[in-house]
Each structure stands twice: as C-alpha cells, then as structure tokens.
Design a protein around this ligand. Structure first.
Ligand SMILES: Cc1ncc(COP(=O)(O)O)c(C=O)c1O
Length: 369
C-alpha cells in the first residue's frame, strides 16, 4: 500500500524511550532534545501582540521582509558573509526536508556523520538517496581526509552538523578550511546544520559558511530561544538553490507560522548568554561526574548533549538498567550504526542532573548475576 520511498524510513529510536517513559513515575528525564528554559517574556508578548493585531494570515512564502533582513544582518555579523539569499523555514527540519527534495535524485550519495541527527538518515532514504557515513568514533573529531575518501562521482551533498547532536563536538576553524578546500575541489554542495550555533562553550563559533559559499546554511530559534514548538528556522545560501527550495516550500509548508515570524523580530532584544553560561556549568558538572564514576567520555564543546561509551552490555541493555532506576537517556543506536554509546541531554534542571548522575554512578558496573 505504501510508497516505495518509505521502505527505509523508520520511526525514531528515541520514540521507544518515550514509550518506556510513560511507565515511569517521576522520571529523571535526560533524554529531551530541547532547552529547559521557556521563550523569553518579551518574545512571548510580541507573539501575543501579533495574534491580537491579526497577523494570522499567510505570509509570503519566503517569510516577512523585515525578518529576512534581520537574519541576513545577523549572519553577516556572526559568519562574516552577507547571504546571497535567505528564507524563513518551518524549523531547521523544514529546511533539511526542502534541501533534500530539491537536490537529491534516487541513487545520489549524501555524505553524513555517524553518529548523526536521526532526521538526516531518514530524509536521505525518503528521497531514495544513499547515505555514506563518515565515522566519528572514538573522539568525534572530523578528519577532512576521511570525508574526501568517501567522495565518488555520485556524491551530491555533504552534511555537516556543528555543534553536534548527539556528540557535542564542534568542528574547528582549521578543519572547516580543509573541508572547504575539498568541497571546492569536488564541486560539492554542503548542507550545514547549525541549530546549536549559540551553544558553544570553549571557543567562538565558526561556520563553514564563512569559508565556502556553496553552503546551504540552516539555523533557527528552536533551541536558542526555547521555542521548538513554534517551528521557526531559516535557510541562507546560494540564490539558485534557495529559489528552488522556496518554490517547494510554497507547495508544502506554505510559510513559517505568521505570528512567530513577527515575534522573532524581537529576538535581538534578549540576551541569552546567561543561559548559555548556565549550560556550560551543567556540561562541566555532568562531564566531571561521569569521569569520577569511571565512564569513558569526550568532553562536549557545544550543543547540550554528552555521548559516553556504555560501561557494560549494549546501549539498550544499559539504558534499560537506567530506566529501571527512573533515569531516561537515549541508546546510541538511535543515532548510529554502533550500539556502544548513549546520549545524555544536560538541558535539565540542576536538581534533575544531580539525580541523574547519582543513578549513573550506581549503574557504572555490570549488574551481578
Ligand atoms: C541537529 C539538529 N538539527 C535540527 C533539529 C530540529 O530543529 P528544528 O526544531 O528547527 O526543526 C534538531 C532538533 O533536535 C537537531 O538536533
């Protein structure tokens, strides 16, 4: 009954944990991929005003002009390049969908990281492309030559995700320059998912867009302003590609939510750096606690995830032991061909994190038979 394109598309492994979670009373939830802060009051008020002022109609497909201008200015400020073109998308997920639909033919190869954000693999399958994975274990550092070794005449896109979900790794400026050279040599298009650009803890943020103009840059407000339910993202990059993506948006998402576009005109009024500083403290707290309990773990330099090795058993066995103690985390196989790791989200209250690391200390040794 179903279309062939769905054959390799599978429900996210994360869902299994959410199903288990419904059976746990008062879970210690370190599985959630969204910030634990809410939309700042100024932006909420702007959204309410927008609704009351009847800004509830469709907007133009590419998003309201004032917002696109602001996005363009902010990209110039933090990536050093004025985009040829910008449009507002229904979240970064919407932008990813349009990029795949616009560029990937059946049989085309798309180079993706492993571990990866689950949407990449499924979208590539949806458009009948072939994912080619660059393995990032054990330290989650990208090696430019590894990417180059995967390039064939069928390669269409390279997906980068820095800071990363699920590993928290950040691609260094030097590596971005090397990747840009390889992309130039092979005439690649890069899709750069920069949704965690504001969550960088140990260095300034660097983007491939500063070094390589054939980049489709995706970012948005879901994580940085605590509004994942508002579905607000943006796409910047080459005009020829963005024009096609925007045409597809016209026939699918139509436009990003109108009230939210108006509300996001106010984001620059809010300083989110105190939140980012508090997330850095959470990162340090969880990382140090894991080390004390003997876990093998790379310190994340961005996003709000940490991705340790499981100390015993498979990822699912280990996460099951955690669930039995009310702790919810995601088995690494939801994000990877390997079942050797697990993802903790530290976007949680300090109290929840304290309870979480206590359970992790208790289950760091295999259960006695
Ligand atoms: C790497 C990555 N990209 C994109 C998204 C989705 O972002 P949006 O809410 O803007 O669709 C997520 C959400 O978890 C993510 O982790």
């Amino acid at each position: 009954m179903f279309a062939h394109r769905l054959e390799n598309v599978s429900a996210s492994g994360i869902r299994k944990i959410f199903e288990l979670a419904t059976q746990v009373e008062n879970p210690i939830n370190l599985s959630i991929g969204q910030p634990d802060f809410d939309v700042p009051a100024v932006i909420k008020q702007a959204a309410i005003r927008a609704i009351e002022n009847n800004q509830n109609t469709y907007t133009v497909t590419q998003g309201i002009e004032e917002l696109r201008l602001k996005i363009s200015e902010s990209i110039l400020q933090n990536r050093g390049r004025t985009p040829e073109s910008v449009f507002v998308s229904s979240g970064v997920s919407g932008g990813l969908f349009l990029a795949m639909m616009a560029l990937v033919n059946p049989g085309d190869e798309v180079i993706v990281p492993d571990p990866y954000f689950v949407v990449y693999k499924n979208l590539i399958h949806l458009v009948e492309g072939i994912p080619k994975y660059y393995n990032l274990y054990p330290d989650f550092e990208i090696k430019a030559e590894k990417i180059e070794s995967l390039i064939t005449e069928k390669t269409k896109l390279l997906i980068l995700n820095s800071p990363s979900n699920p590993t928290g790794s950040v691609i260094s400026k030097e590596t971005l320059v090397e990747i840009a050279e390889i992309a130039e040599k092979h005439n690649l298009i890069i899709v750069s998912d920069e949704i965690y650009s504001s969550f960088v803890y140990d260095e300034g943020f660097s983007s491939i867009y500063s070094y390589y103009p054939r980049t489709i840059l995706l970012d948005g407000y879901s994580k940085s302003y605590g509004m994942p339910g508002w579905r607000m993202g943006y796409v910047a990059g080459p005009s020829d590609i963005l024009a096609k993506m925007s045409t597809l948006q016209q026939f699918s998402f139509v436009c990003a939510p109108s009230f939210a576009q108006h509300a996001c005109l106010e984001v620059e009024k809010v300083d989110m750096t105190p939140w980012v500083k508090s997330y850095k403290k959470k990162r340090d707290f969880v990382y140090e606690a894991l080390l004390r309990s003997g876990y093998q773990v790379t310190k994340p330099r961005g996003s709000f995830y940490i991705y340790p090795s499981v100390p015993w058993g498979t990822d699912e066995e280990f996460c099951q032991a955690a669930v039995e103690r009310s702790l919810l985390m995601i088995p690494g196989s939801a994000f990877s061909s390997q079942n050797t790791h697990f993802r903790i989200s530290f976007a949680a209250s300090d109290d929840t994190l304290e309870k979480g690391v206590d359970v992790l200390a208790q289950i760091s040794q295999p259960p006695k038979k």
